[in-house]
Design a protein around this ligand. Structure first.
Ligand SMILES: [Zn+2]
Length: 309
């Protein structure tokens, strides 16, 4: 018989605070490889950024259909930890805690890694899907670098590092202040972690069954991570796929530096996912963002997994 637990809101072991309404980690087993999705929080952004080339009326209709507000909505920020063999691989690092950004509901990664029992010193490899601030900022938080291993390897496409030396913002559509913040975060990262960078051209196997593939589009060095083991497959698509991208893959996201190419990449990846049945996880899909992709007429459909308990 159901009994209400009076201690339901009390602080728990493992650092979960009572004001946290939802869990912030979700584990998926891919064959022998453990994949843990960790929420860095959420980032409110103007809805125009979902598709700055879209007809505003169609965009408004999509928001209504999704029960989302018309002006701004919260983008999820998902980070992934992969354990394969004796390697612990952090894929992207969240937004970080720059107080000037005034985004207090994001930048939770470091606290939530600790809550998940993951010591920063146990991370052997970091993979950066790209060098936008919301994917590297967690490693720029004060005191984090000191906790990381001195032999930490940070894998990123050579084209990405090159791009940020003189980034082109002429095709993006971002709120004021973002281009400068992105430029300075990427520059700071390249300086602070330059010795740790391990560059790859088009593909690289970080650990058995964990492969990086450069896609370009979102940024020239954007990559996705394909995880495969024992017949199971999962793709971490970074910023190649957004919540609106299933129904409207041709909508240009405001953060895309080459939006035409980004849309082409998105369609190719969604077709691949629909054909292979691989699981998809992406940075800005609602947490825990684990699901499958189906083809629905001339567009795609997102099918979230039923949670495993
Ligand atoms: Zn992003």
């Amino acid at each position: 018989m159901y009994q209400e637990q009076s201690s339901g809101n009390a602080p728990r072991q493992g650092g979960r605070r009572p004001e946290e309404l939802v869990p912030s980690r979700y584990a998926v087993q891919v064959g022998d490889i453990e994949v843990l999705v960790i929420s860095d929080g959420v980032l409110p952004l103007p809805t125009k950024m979902l598709g700055h080339n879209a007809d505003p009326a169609v965009r408004a209709e999509w928001l209504t259909d999704m029960f989302l507000p018309q002006d701004a909505f919260d983008w999820a920020l998902n980070v992934v930890v992969v354990r394969s063999g004796d390697q612990t691989i952090l894929i992207d690092a969240g937004l970080g805690l720059d107080p000037d950004l005034n985004l207090p509901r994001a930048g939770q990664l470091i606290k939530r890694l600790a809550a998940a029992g993951i010591d920063l010193g146990s991370v052997t490899d970091v993979v950066l899907t790209h060098m936008h601030m919301d994917h590297i900022g967690g490693l720029l938080v004060d005191g984090v670098k000191d906790q990381l291993r001195s032999d930490l390897r940070i894998h990123v496409a050579a084209a990405e590092v090159e791009f940020w030396q003189a980034p082109d913002f002429s095709h993006v559509s971002m709120p004021p202040g973002f281009p400068d913040a992105l430029r300075s975060a990427a520059k700071r990262f390249a300086t602070e972690y330059g010795n740790h960078l391990r560059l790859f051209e088009d593909e690289y196997e970080v650990a058995p069954g964990v492969k990086l593939h450069r896609t370009g589009g979102h940024t020239p060095g954007h990559c996705v991570v394909r995880v495969a083991s024992g017949g199971d497959r999962l793709m971490f698509a970074g910023d190649a796929v957004f919540a609106v991208g299933f129904e409207h893959p041709d909508w240009h996201n405001g953060f895309e530096h080459d939006p035409e190419e980004a849309a082409r990449v998105r369609v190719l990846l969604l077709k691949e996912l629909a054909e292979t049945g691989a699981s998809l996880v992406a940075t800005h899909l609602p947490f825990p963002s684990v699901g499958h992709v189906a083809v629905d007429g001339d567009h795609f459909r997102w099918v979230p997994v039923f949670w495993d308990y």
